[in-house]
Design a binder for this molecule. Sequence first.
Ligand SMILES: [Ca+2]
Length: 249
Amino acid sequence: IENPDSPEAEVYWIMIEEIVSKIGRYDDLIALSQNIIAQNPRNKILQAYAQGQIVQSYIKQGKISRAEQEVKKLGMVTDWLLIGPFDNTGKSGFKKVYLPEEEIDLQKIYTGKDSIQIKWFQPRKTNLSGFINFDAFLYPHNWSVGYALTYVYSPKERAVIFKVGADDAVKVWLNDQVVIEQDLYRKAVIDQEIVPVWLGEGWNKILVKVCEKEDSWGFYFRITDLEGELIEDLEFDTEFKEITEVEKV
Ligand SMILES: [Ca+2]
């Protein structure tokens, strides 16, 4: 890809990715990806795809510590509490307001899908790629709804961009305001949804709802500044926080 900012670049990239990974030439894919990133393209989606490909290639090669180093450059949010499953029979769950949308009570036991007793919990170990894999932690998987919760601390108020990819339908609240709402059933790719939001000074609450039909289930979540660069001074924590009312834009 000679010019990463050309409109065709993303299409070429997806084709190249597919061919090269099919024949298992991960070193070539890593070199190609590094080349794109080194050109510092204005096309930040392509840059993120390339960085994601470096991570995936190292995972496929079994180079776990390299993958861990590289995934840090994407700024994936991996510190979450989870709860689920709630019911999504016939894709009915997206519009249903389950209790985690109305209250956060980390000790309370809720009644989920099939009358299962569930509560918020911290997953033991999240996926190396930054994908929050609900399949690994919530059961039953099919026709289910899961929630993830985290708090992000910003030392000042500022505009940032939430970049989310989900399998399948996804809804995201920032400080109890809906900022992403996508009732689509599809595979997760990083940066499917890109939305500028306003973080308040101090702790901010992020709640993610993901509805599942079948097969894989989960989401990617990362935060960048408006130029697509990582923000170094954000902190994440899953202990309950009272959110003070912040002004929204
Ligand atoms: Ca799915």
